[in-house]
Design a protein. Sequence first.
Length: 353
Amino acid sequence: MEKLWQKVWAALEQAQIEALWVTTPENVRYLSGFTAPEDARVLLLRGEATLFTDTRYTVQAEQESTLPSFVWRQGDEWKAELKTRLEGVRVGFEASSLTVEKLEALQKIGGIVWTSSLGLIEGLRAIKSNEEVAQIRAACALTDQVLAEVVPMLVPGARELDIALELEFRMRRAGADSAAFDIIVASGLRSSMPHGRASAKLLEMGDLVTIDLGAKLGGYHSDMTRAYPVGEVSAELTKLYRTVKQAKRLALEAARPGMGNRALDAVARDYLKSERFETEFAHSLGHGVGLAIHEAPRLSFRSAENEALEVGNVVTLEPGLYLPGVGGVRLEDLVVITEGGCEVLTRSAEVDL
């Protein structure tokens, strides 16, 4: 924790701000350990951090927070406290999470200089500690376990919604906080939709079923996608599947410290283009996963040239091909970048087609 706080104060110094008002829930939890971060804030000021929350959480803050707390009873007490602590101070606010209404409320306090800040804590969160990786690994193991239980239910006549509900129920029963996101179950022609959430459609013979799922455990997320045939699938779907599987294999082999984020996306994208799929890969190769299901870093053709993977990044590798009127395939693993390359955290076996 001491190293983390050294990085926090160094980041504030580099941003040339004296204090930071942290409002993004994932950042609040990251800094404080408090598990109700939607109803809390963290003030970083002159080498000290304080959790701000209200009296609903007096006991919870005492039990969970690693930081001293300011607990307010009346609606405006926190504003008076900020004025006392911050008058005449240049304070950063998290522009990506603060609404105009809430910013205007801060500005009405008076005597404080507010300045926009972007990605300060998010940049620190992109490098996971060993403890964070262990928590994500546990979330992945839970996801693997539940998927293995549900795959035998992928039979003709099964409803996509029922498959998704079964996955979520079993995750919760196995100890997950919740599903990491709305589970995607997309079969047949619906699999050509990258975010085809589960519908009332029934599985049919010849369908290829995309399942994108993850568990949230101890605040941390897992993320994985697999595709399963119902009976024998067409030659066209088989080609899509094999092509995506090879693209992911190439990305896994290339993922290592120092590899450019854009360059890694290109490893998969260029291979798919070589197989004459020019436009069917409709999204980025991957994204960071941690306290949020989508966080830094991003592996994209839009990434800056100087952005590169570092040891401790936890990212998805998820190439996909989507052909309207035919179907689609996405295969996704979650990996942690290590000194020697990457370790795959999602262990569910892929079918051979």
